[in-house]
Design a protein around this ligand. Structure first.
Ligand code: ADP
Length: 192
């Protein structure tokens, strides 16, 4: 099974991905986590990415796509949940091509919908509650991340709607309710 979780920063993509990983034996591919790992390791890629992430902008498609390609190729089981990827139309099309080459198909794209004002509150709370808050979880950078989300990432919505892959989920509920809602869509997928 291959699932994409998409939604604005703070929508709960990472939290939901973790819930689904164990239950469905999926490999979680979070580009944000991969980039943060590269930063901690201090690699050239990490150094390049940090400056971009701290401005709230998107890391180049070239970097992101080669990271994803490598992970897909090195993973034995071919069941994935993508979180934070694809983030623009180019990445969405490139993902389709990669999956096509491997004779794999995307099953479901879940959009977690949360209003901007709620996200701002959530991320402020997350930053205050965490001892090692993310350097991009501050008001100025968050506003930029939201702008990038509306300008670039939301363009993948019509793309997946056209392919009849997209379902929308109300993300302003408890973690468990959101997970249950996603699960019901997974159960409704055609059997392979
Ligand atoms: P959030 O969704 O809360 O903003 P992420 O961890 O998904 O958090 O992303 C953090 C940052 O990492 C983004 O603002 C962006 O700079 C970079 N990033 C993550 N995934 C991608 C991607 N697929 N394409 C480009 N940049 C990305």
């Amino acid at each position: 099974m291959i699932i994409v979780l998409f939604g604005p920063p703070g929508a709960g993509k990472g939290t939901q991905a973790e819930k689904l990983v164990d239950k469905h034996n999926l490999k979680q591919l979070s580009t944000g986590e991969m980039l943060r790992d590269a930063i901690v390791k201090g690699s050239d890629l990490g150094k390049k990415a940090k400056a971009i992430m701290d401005r709230g902008e998107l890391v180049s498609d070239g970097i992101i796509l080669s990271m994803i390609r490598q992970k897909i190729e090195e993973t034995k089981g071919k069941s994935f949940i993508f979180d934070g990827f694809p983030r623009n139309l180019e990445q969405a099309k490139a993902l389709d091509e990669m999956l096509n080459q491997l004779k794999l198909t995307l099953d479901l794209v879940v959009e977690i919908v949360v209003d901007d004002d709620i996200l701002i509150n959530r991320i402020e709370n997350r930053a205050q509650a965490s001892q090692n808050a993310r350097s991009d979880d501050n008001e100025e950078v968050l506003n930029k991340r939201l702008k990038v989300y509306h300008q670039s990432t939301e363009k993948i919505r019509p793309y997946y709607l056209n392919k009849r892959k997209l379902v929308k989920i109300d993300g302003i509920r408890s973690i468990e309710e959101v997970t249950n809602d996603i699960e019901s869509h997974i159960r409704n997928l055609p059997q392979k």
